[in-house]
Design a protein around this ligand. Structure first.
Ligand code: S5P
Length: 269
């Protein structure tokens, strides 16, 4: 595995030139948390309550704002206020997948105006490098960062082998804007000179799947065995009853501890 996995997040932050990647690495180090909570709920009330409950324990909040049935521009200000209150970075998981011109419009405009508030977003590499060009035309001047989906957590994913390798090559050619990958492991194909962040969904401590193709691994498998940087946890943290904020906060603490322990073991090994 890459020697990058022996460096601390702080050491990596000091060397990173992309502002969004630097901010994320610094936040991880400062808060001693490599946990990102993915808040996939449909009302603004639940969305904000969950974020307020888990905020102290996360480095990053991952959103799907298009799921919210009552989305209004004022929500973004509330999200930003929570980001300041609890010191976390924001990642809108938009998974862009169209031609450069279209993704530039989807990223900058529409009701969500994602580039205005989301430090990090992501894209499928399937259209080829023009997707990066389109998104970078909007995000780079704002100091944003992009993650490419190199692998997915789902059963039967087509993102593997040559597709995944080609994704690394696309990132390598655009290192000013592409800060890393959504992936299941840190590949040996990515060397230590290229500090790409690996953010990994499909993380759960209690169950192995969700009956809809999602597959879960533990924080230890993800961070220690596979060399990933950030664990992304959704339902494992907030469960089904969003009113149980104390329980949600306790789960976030549990995942944070597991993720950080695995990281400490990794850099000590
Ligand atoms: O390969 C992936 C990529 C992503 S970004 N698998 C995923 O599950 N995700 C996202 O991570 C997914 O869209 C969801 O928001 C989150 C996982 O949620 P959970 O409830 O299964 O932990």
């Amino acid at each position: 595995m890459s020697s990058l996995t022996k460096l601390s997040y702080g050491q990596r932050a000091a060397k990173h030139s992309n502002p969004a990647a630097k901010l994320l690495l610094e936040t991880i180090e400062r808060k001693k948390s490599n946990l990102s909570v993915s808040v996939d709920v449909t009302t603004s009330k639940d969305f904000l309550a969950i974020i307020d409950a888990v905020g102290p324990y996360v480095c990053l909040i991952k959103t799907h704002v298009d799921i919210l049935e009552d989305f209004a521009p004022g929500l973004v200000e509330k999200l930003q206020a929570l980001s300041e209150k609890h010191d976390f970075v924001i990642f809108e998981d938009r998974k862009f997948a169209d031609i450069g011109n279209t993704v530039a419009l989807q990223y900058s405009s529409g009701v969500h105006r994602i580039a205005n508030w989301s430090h990090i977003t992501n894209a499928h590499p399937v259209p080829g490098p023009s997707i990066i060009k389109g998104l970078a035309s909007v995000g780079l001047p704002l100091g944003r960062g992009l993650l490419l989906l190199a692998e997915m957590s789902t059963e039967g994913s087509l993102a593997k082998g040559a597709y995944t390798e080609a994704t690394y090559a696309m990132a390598r050619a655009n290192r000013d804007f592409v800060i890393g990958f959504i992936a299941q492991q840190r590949s040996n194909a990515v060397t230590a000179d290229e500090d790409f962040l690996i953010l990994t969904p499909g993380v759960g401590l209690d169950v192995k799947g969700d009956g809809m193709g999602q597959q879960y691994r533990t924080p230890k498998e993800v961070v220690l065995d596979s060399g990933c940087d950030v664990i992304i946890v959704g339902r494992g943290v907030y469960g089904k009853d969003y009113s149980l904020v104390d329980q949600i906060a306790a789960q976030a603490q549990r995942y944070r501890e597991a993720g950080w322990k695995a990281y400490l073991e990794r850099i000590a090994a």
